[in-house]
Write a protein that binds this ligand. Structure first.
Ligand code: NAP
Length: 259
């Protein structure tokens, strides 16, 4: 299926590895030029080479911390008029809310809520003027199924979700959409480190811990990053112009509810 976005420009935040890279790769395969970013330049250069070797759109690396004003400014200096914006950043550390102070909360809110809001603010009006825009925020299944030890993530991402719901409808008349994509367990470095920490914490053998966890997923396995990237690319397609203000789960059936 041709997604009709060849020649478009995309900023993909936090994308030298994992979900961000998978989204960048899927967009580039559709002929989209992608500006990818991370704080560490080695893996970022490797990702640029991988994306460019796959053919399609051209990848450009911007070494930048997306949670800082300077980092976000650098992304827009490199790509001033993006047609597509994928918001992403690292997730906060797990813990007990009794141990978190104001700084922990402000950092989490900055990383997983404000940074995405500021990226949207910098790009939305230009997209509206150009009559094309696709914004996808990578959030988490934790928005719908909160995980106790991930309280910083549950809180900050729920805040972003509420904000997005308030602004994502009006731009659709200008062919600009904003949606959230909610990963469950997708096999990235972060997922494996979260699983290792969980097994250690519960004093369980890693294999047994994984088997129990994946057994709760309808698909009985973790998702593949390229499955996640493909869904992201579809949300950025011309054909997806009528999908906005949605929270789309990519969890293989982990979420047990009807809605
Ligand atoms: P990952 O494999 O660890 O990759 C994270 C990527 O983001 C790396 O390229 C990293 O590069 C970059 N990054 C992190 N912080 C950044 C920052 N401040 N500025 C710029 N780049 C930054 O993680 P992932 O699994 O793809 O997860 C991505 C997001 O989805 C996280 O917020 C995570 O909590 C959330 N999530 C993931 C899953 C899952 O199953 N994978 C499930 C639910 C939620 P540098 O470190 O070099 O900057």
């Amino acid at each position: 299926m041709d997604l009709n976005i060849a020649g478009r420009k995309a900023i993909v935040c936090a994308s030298s590895k994992g979900l961000g890279k998978a989204c960048a790769l899927a967009l580039a395969k559709e002929g989209v030029d992608v500006w990818i970013s991370a704080r560490t330049s080695g893996p970022l250069q490797a990702a640029v080479e991988e994306i460019n070797a796959a053919g399609g759109g051209k990848a450009t690396a911007i070494t930048a911390d997306v949670t800082s004003d300077d980092g976000r400014a650098a992304l827009f200096e490199a790509c001033p008029a993006p047609d597509i914006l994928i918001n992403n950043a690292g997730g906060p550390a797990p813990g007990d809310f009794r141990n978190w102070d104001q700084k922990d909360w402000f950092d989490a809110i900055n990383n997983n809520m404000y940074s995405a809001i500021d990226m949207i603010k910098r790009s939305l009006d230009g997209m509206i003027e150009r009559r094309f825009g696709r914004i996808v925020n990578i959030t988490s299944v934790a928005v719908k199924v909160p995980v106790t030890v991930l309280g910083l993530s549950n809180g900050a991402r729920a805040g972003l979700t509420g904000f997005v719901s308030g602004i994502a409808r009006e731009p659709a008349q200008h062919n600009v959409t904003i949606n959230n994509l909610l990963p469950g367990y997708i096999a990235t470095d972060r997922m494996w480190s979260v699983l290792e920490a969980g097994a250690k914490q519960s004093d369980t053998n890693l294999e047994v811990f994984q088997k129990n966890l994946f057994g709760k997923i309808g698909a009985q396995r973790p998702g593949e990053p390229d499955e996640f990237g493909a869904t992201c690319a579809f949300l950025c397609s011309q054909q997806a112009a009528y999908i906005t203000a949605q929270n789309i789960l990519m969890d293989g059936g982990l979420y047990p509810g009807t809605f």
